[in-house]
Design a protein around this ligand. Sequence first.
Ligand code: NAP
Length: 262
Amino acid sequence: MADTRDLAVVTGASSGIGLELARQFASNGFDLILAADRDLGEAEQAVRADGGTVVQSLQADLSTRKGVDELYQAIKGAGRPVAALAANAGIGLGHAFLDQDLDDAIKVVDTNIVGSLALIHAVGQDMRSAGTGRILITSSIASMIPGTFQAVYNGSKAFLQSFSFALREELKDSGVTVTALLPGATETDFFHRADLDDTKVGSSKKDDAEMVAKTGFEALMKGEGDAVAGVKNKLQAAATRVMSDSQLAGMHRGMAEPGSAN
Ligand code: NAP
């Protein structure tokens, strides 16, 4: 019997925004391929409870070409076109750049930029050949602000934000849409993993990951260029347009400087 449900691929689906994106796809009738760097058993359970079918879940390091190739092979193995790709896997890294371990900083670039590019390149070509597909790239409000004490991370998101709109324009007559999701600070494992617990942004109240994912999913389905999740973040995004980069870098110091927690 032919598959009638669309297939979505979600990276970084083990927790946080990615898990909530997977749940959005599931409750809207998609089958799923899930990927993350740790076991996805709990994510699979959540997705199934929401009515989704997990075609496959894959534990792979998406900061490496090997990991991305494994995921792409799994996608090809499903024998079905990818209707939607959520390139969401990503990591942050707090502290001053010169105090960071260089390998950790490069891992941010490899995960957020290189891994995302490799996956989007492979899946995007298939979508273009098929003349249909939707790509969601998890960018960030951070893409609009020079990230003092999170310099590499914000730079990686600035890259993705620029890349997303350029790719969208390149594909405008192809049937493939590209949407950037810009969350603000969201309640996930992100800040703890980035060693930002003792910062103002790390210790402040954050947005709900389900709300963020719903915003991203709806924008993706409408084929919008980008979506900022939440009113507060929309105001912050508007403010970045009228501030200089120097002012923004100074503002970010107050949010992400080690020890700035209230
Ligand atoms: P999270 O809960 O830490 O989730 C990150 C996800 O990415 C996890 O599933 C993680 O899998 C996966 N991942 C990280 N490195 C990976 C690797 N090398 N290979 C495969 N998977 C990897 O944090 P989150 O907040 O949901 O982050 C999701 C996305 O949202 C990221 O791109 C982040 O930059 C972006 N974002 C977050 C915020 C925020 O405030 N939380 C704001 C703006 C944008 P494992 O657990 O298996 O490592």
